[in-house]
Write a protein that binds this ligand. Structure first.
Ligand SMILES: [Zn+2]
Length: 444
C-alpha cells in the first residue's frame, strides 16, 4: 500500500507560518498581490531578433501541437505517453541536452473485486545541460485526462482557436517550452545556460510517481518554470493543496430476503462514511472535500459485500491537509451502520496529500512581477489569479524553489471536451519565455 509522507508538509508549516496566515485571508479571489512596479530594461536588439524569429515559427508550432494532440496520452496509455516523451527527447538531444529516463512506478490501490485499480505509470524524462548563471528547471507533463476510449481524441482548428485533448493542458505548453529553447539555440544563446527539463507522465493523477524526481530537481535549481496553461492570460500566484483518498468497505454478502440479518452491507456503511466525509467541507476555512466516485454492490437482492469511493480534498494551509487526513483515518476506522459489528465490516484505505499548497514567497512574487513586466515589453497584458487546482509548481515551490507555473499557452475548458487553446498565444508565450529565460539566467 502506497502512502505519501506528510514530512515535508510539516517542515513547510514552520517555515512559512507567517505567510500561511496571510494566505488564508486572501485566498481565491482575484489575487491581491501588491505588485511592485517592476521596471524591466527595454528589449535589446538581440532579444528583438529572437522574438521575431519565434513569430516566424508559428506554422511549425501549430503542426507540432497538432501532432502531439493527436497522440493519445491519457495517463494510463503508456504507449502514447512514451511516444510523446520520445518525440520530445529527440528534439532536446538535438538542442544539446543530455537526457535520461526516470523510472515510472506501479501503484496499487485498494479496490473491490472486479474493479481492480492499478496505476502503471510510464517513465519520465530528465534532460539537462550544464552552463553558467542561474540554474533553471522547466517542467511539463505529457499526460492528459483523456483515456484511449474517450470520444475526444483529435486536433481541430477554427481560425485562431485549436480544439483537442490537451491543446492547452498542456501540449500547448510543451510546444511553447520547446520553441523557446529552439529560439535561444538558433541564436547561440542556449549553449552557456544551465537548464534542466523535466517531463513527467503522471501529473494528471497527482504526480504520485514523479513527485520524488520533481522535488529532487527543485533542490538543484534556482528557478522553477512550469508550462501549465496561462488560461485567459493569467499567471497563477497561489494554489490550494490537494489530497485524495480511495477507500474500500468490505462487508458480508447475504440474501436480501432469506438472510438479511446475517448480511453486513458495505453500501450502507459507505453511505454513512460519505456523509461524515462530505461534512468536512468548510467554505470559511477554504477546506473542501468531494466524494467524486462511488461503486459497489452485486445485485438488487444481495446485501452488498463491497463498496468503494474516491475522495478529493482541497486545503489552503498545510496543517489543514494533515488534519483532514487524520479525520479521514478516524472515519475509515469507525463503524457507523451497525451498532454491534460482527467484525466482518472493515475498511481498507489509501490516502495522499499529493500537492502541498502553493504559498507565495517574496522570491516567487519577484519572479511573477518580472514576468508581467517582460510581458508588457512584448505587448502582452498578463494578469494574476489564484487557483484551487494544483500543479507540479506547488511541489517545487514547497521544496523551496521560487516557481512560476502558468507559462504555457492560453486556453480554456481543460479536462472537458470543450478544451481549446488560442493559437496566437503559442508564439506570444514562447517570446515571453525566451526573454524571461535569458534575463533570469544572467541574474547575479
Ligand atoms: Zn496540466
Amino acid at each position: 500500500m502506497h502512502r505519501s509522507t506528510p514530512r515535508c508538509l510539516s517542515r513547510m508549516t514552520l517555515r512559512i507560518f507567517g505567510a500561511s496566515l496571510f494566505f488564508s485571508h486572501m485566498l481565491f479571489a482575484q489575487s491581491s498581490v501588491a505588485q511592485s512596479a517592476m521596471v524591466e530594461s527595454p528589449l535589446s536588439n538581440q532579444e528583438r531578433e529572437i522574438i521575431n524569429w519565434v513569430a516566424e515559427q508559428e506554422d511549425e508550432m501549430v503542426a507540432l501541437l497538432e501532432r502531439l494532440t493527436n497522440i493519445n496520452t491519457g495517463t494510463l496509455n503508456k504507449a502514447g505517453v512514451t511516444e510523446v516523451i520520445g518525440l520530445l527527447n529527440t528534439e532536446l538531444l538535438q538542442l544539446g541536452f543530455d537526457s535520461r529516463s526516470l523510472a515510472g512506478d506501479v501503484i496499487d490501490m485498494p479496490s473491490c473485486p472486479g474493479s481492480e485499480y492499478t496505476l502503471d505509470v510510464a517513465d519520465h524524462l530528465l534532460a539537462t545541460k550544464a552552463g553558467e548563471g542561474k540554474r533553471l528547471l522547466m517542467i511539463g507533463h505529457v499526460d492528459t485526462v483523456f483515456p484511449l476510449d474517450s470520444p475526444f481524441q483529435t486536433f481541430s482548428r477554427e481560425g485562431d482557436i485549436a480544439y483537442g485533448p490537451g491543446v492547452s493542458d498542456m501540449k500547448g505548453g510543451l510546444v511553447v517550452m520547446l520553441y523557446a529553447l529552439k529560439a535561444l539555440n538558433h541564436f547561440g544563446e542556449l549553449e552557456d545556460k544551465a537548464i534542466s527539463i523535466l517531463l513527467n507522465s503522471d501529473e494528471e493523477v497527482g504526480s504520485l510517481s514523479s513527485r520524488k524526481y520533481v522535488e529532487q530537481q527543485a533542490a538543484l535549481h534556482d528557478y522553477g518554470l512550469v508550462y501549465e496553461s496561462s488560461g485567459n492570460n493569467r499567471l497563477t500566484r497561489a494554489r490550494k493543496g490537494l489530497g485524495q483518498a480511495r477507500f474500500v468497505v468490505n462487508g458480508r454478502a447475504s440474501h436480501a430476503g432469506g438472510a438479511h440479518q446475517q448480511g453486513r452491507s458495505a453500501i450502507k456503511e459507505l453511505a454513512y462514511k460519505i456523509v461524515q466525509i462530505e461534512n468536512m467541507t468548510d467554505y470559511e476555512s477554504g477546506v473542501t472535500v468531494n466524494v467524486g466516485v462511488i461503486n459497489g454492490g452485486e445485485a438488487r437482492n444481495t446485501i452488498a459485500p463491497c463498496a468503494e469511493a474516491l475522495v478529493d480534498l482541497r486545503y489552503p494551509e498545510p496543517q489543514q491537509g494533515l488534519d483532514a487526513v487524520k479525520r479521514w483515518e478516524e472515519i475509515f476506522s469507525s463503524v457507523y451502520s451497525y451498532p454491534v459489528d460482527s467484525g466482518e465490516l472493515s475498511t481498507n484505505s489509501w490516502t495522499s496529500l499529493h500537492r502541498p499548497p502553493k504559498i507565495p514567497t517574496e522570491q516567487s512574487d519577484l519572479l511573477l512581477n518580472k514576468t508581467i513586466a517582460i510581458g508588457k515589453l512584448l505587448g502582452q497584458e498578463l494578469t494574476v489569479t489564484d487557483s484551487g487546482g494544483g500543479t507540479d509548481g506547488s511541489l517545487t515551490q514547497a521544496a523551496g524553489l521560487p516557481t512560476l507555473d502558468s507559462l504555457g499557452s492560453d486556453g480554456t475548458g481543460a479536462h472537458s471536451k470543450r478544451e481549446q487553446g488560442r493559437i496566437s498565444s503559442l508564439v506570444e508565450r514562447a517570446q515571453l519565455s525566451v526573454v524571461l529565460i535569458g534575463r533570469l539566467a544572467k541574474q547575479p
